[in-house]
Design a protein around this ligand. Structure first.
Ligand code: NAP
Length: 582
């Protein structure tokens, strides 16, 4: 061994792995702004297992995940690993890279020392029984994103990966270009190609949200490559040219429409009609772009909450909406009538397995996939690149940073097999949407999901409940119900039949009933037609803390209180708020 530590940019003799390496580290004590959380340090180079590979990193890709790792939210990735027995008190991030193989474990057969590679970011345990049985590793409980959920990512001189993560680097790309596309490219590949009969086919129309973004730019090219017709949606006319050069048949400016957001309630006639008008106008814009009345066979989704209702609506009968993120929110509202009557598929998708990553990489090797690298940084600017992302001041497309490469433009050793027009993004183009959440955030499972609990000070429901129930009969008109609400200054009326509470008419139900109707028509409707059926009850002797858990877990505002099985009163969240906040 000639040296214990090599300077950055100084490549050790091929196959020689020094004891130590330079790296950008995140430590829990400095979680916060990326410019402060990332610090340059020297650490021991990690040993590798039999199925692993050590790669000398030339360039690394920048992704949102490590903005979150730096902030330490929503997950402290270091603590999460420490909990499962991985002791390092730091995180080396980086889930995209290009580099040279320097050491291989004895079971690695797909690469050898000296190979130039790019790496996909999926890791799993080869001992997992699901994986051993030939199951898709993306469904393995051991699946983790390298460089976010695992340590030893690409923001260091050497990175530790599993053998299958290594794929040949396209010879015509520079190190920084090659480090830019794999995460988004493989994700888009699985979304479009991973779903059996619903996968993209020649002749399909594919509607792509965020066509100038990381995923969208890959999706346009992948759809085009198989002979499908991509239609891109962007937030401005200035990005049309970029998407067209990548292969879009046409583009739509989403800012020309305003029907976005969660679906209005189906009982809200006026709201629903307005939404329908907006979504139909959007649908006919797709026809304009295509020059024929066709609906997209696949909708490529990631904005989530604000766009899913539109995606489901415009998708062709029997088509698929495939989604890998909820950048604008997670409450995707679906009018199920369109889903079942027109037999559409709403398909979740997450990253990709090794086979799919390699299929995507074949496109890159053949020169048919532009990495869409919009900006590259030098090693010292790694925290800045993440800070720009954090502050939403980064350009669209994919960004990378030099690690071992000393200058931009190194690493390309051949002409591209086919010549592509390199599209360029509009000048001064930066993101305007909020930063998305990490690619994998541990989800609360049913078993561990906990309702909100308040401190139990012994208060019982009977201490706070309203005695007596303001009720109506199922056949009472809403006019009658409204009078009860106004006279008694209450927010809801319990619908009683044969001494039993069978439903509740709330103020919300009344407002929804009025939508699209005259006052007279609404007043003539019957309580049984608008009530929310069923009535959750609790005993007066239940602890208030338990009742609150029941209310919050079921997302309800009130419980009917019983004494000895007889309806005796109501307790509402308003009562709880009065108690908690005075
Ligand atoms: P990106 O480069 O930021 O692109 C996202 C695009 O979405 C933006 O360019 C923007 O384009 C569009 N957009 C933003 N707000 C929108 C809205 N309200 N309605 C419609 N479109 C909107 O991000 P990306 O790399 O493509 O990633 C997108 C999401 O996927 C992120 O949340 C990311 O974390 C996630 N992701 C998930 C996986 C996975 O495996 N599950 C993998 C990669 C990425 P316009 O403003 O031009 O419309």
């Amino acid at each position: 061994m000639s040296k214990q530590l090599y300077a950055l940019g100084e490549a050790p003799p091929l196959g020689e792995v020094p004891e130590q390496m330079h790296a950008w580290l995140i430590r829990p004590e400095r979680f916060g702004k990326p410019t402060e959380a990332f610090q340059k340090e020297v650490v021991n180079t990690p040993p590798i297992a039999d199925d692993e590979v050590l790669v000398l990193v030339k360039a690394a890709g920048i992704n949102y995940n490590n903005v979150w790792a730096a902030l330490g939210v929503p997950v402290n990735v270091i603590a999460a690993r420490n909990k499962v027995g991985e002791p390092e008190p730091f995180h080396i991030g980086g889930s995209d890279a290009s580099g040279i193989v320097y050491r291989t474990g004895k079971d690695v057969t797909n690469v050898k020392v000296g190979d130039e590679v790019v790496m996909h970011c999926g890791q799993w345990s080869r001992n997992c029984s699901w994986v051993k049985g030939g199951g898709d590793p993306m469904y393995s409980p051991s699946f983790r994103i390298w460089g976010y959920e695992t340590n030893w990512g690409s923001f260091a001189q050497f990175t530790k990966v599993q053998g299958h993560q290594c794929m040949p680097k396209p010879k015509h790309m520079t190190w920084e270009e090659a480090a830019a596309y794999t995460l988004v490219g493989a994700t888009a590949w699985r979304m479009l190609h991973g779903w059996g009969a619903s996968s993209v086919k020649k002749g399909d129309v594919v509607l792509i949200w965020g066509g100038a973004g990381g995923l969208g730019s890959m999706a346009i090219q992948i759809a085009k490559a198989i002979g499908a017709t991509p239609v891109a949606i962007v937030s401005g006319q200035d990005k049309f040219d970029y998407c067209m050069k990548l292969g879009a048949k046409g583009c739509i400016n989403r800012n020309e429409f305003d029907h976005w957001g969660m679906l209005p309630h189906w009982k809200d006639n006026a709201g629903y009609a307005k939404w329908l008008k907006g979504v139909r106008a959007f649908g006919s814009k797709i026809w304009d772009v295509l020059g024929e009345r066709r609906a997209p066979n696949i909708v490529f989704e990631h904005p989530g909450e604000t766009t899913i209702p539109t995606s489901i609506f415009v998708c062709e009968t029997g088509g698929m909406v495939v989604v890998c993120a909820g950048t604008t929110g997670y409450n995707a509202t679906v009018d199920l009538r369109y889903l079942w009557m027109r037999q559409k598929r709403l398909q979740g998708s997450h990253f990709a397995n090794a086979e799919q990553s390699n299929q995507m990489n074949q496109l890159a090797l053949r020169g048919q996939l532009d990495p869409c690298m919009s900006r590259a940084f030098v090693y010292d600017e790694l925290p800045l690149a993440h800070q720009l992302m954090h502050d939403n001041k980064h350009p669209h497309g994919n960004m990378s940073v030099l690690i071992g490469a000393t200058q931009f433009g190194q690493g390309a050793s051949a002409m591209a097999p086919v010549s592509l027009v390199h599209p360029t993004l509009p000048k001064d183009d930066v993101h305007t949407s909020p930063a998305p959440y990490p690619m994998s955030v541990p989800l609360p499972s049913v078993a561990v999901a906990e309702p909100i609990a308040i401190v139990d000070d012994g208060t019982k429901v009977r201490d706070l409940m309203h005695r007596g129930v303001f009720s109506c009969k199922p056949e009472d008109t809403l006019g009658t119900v409204a009078s009860i609400m106004v006279d008694k200054e209450i927010h809801a009326v319990v619908v009683m039949e044969g001494g039993k509470a069978i439903g509740v008419v709330s103020q919300t139900d009344m407002v929804l009933a009025r939508q699209g109707r005259t006052q007279e028509q609404a007043r003539a409707m019957l309580a049984k037609d608008v009530m929310t059926p069923g009535c959750a009850t609790c005993d007066a002797d239940m602890l208030l803390s338990e009742a609150v858990s029941l209310l919050t877990a079921r997302r309800m505002h009130r419980l009917v209180v019983t004494i000895k099985g007889q309806v005796a009163g109501v307790i509402s969240l308003t009562d709880v708020v009065h108690k908690l906040l005075g």
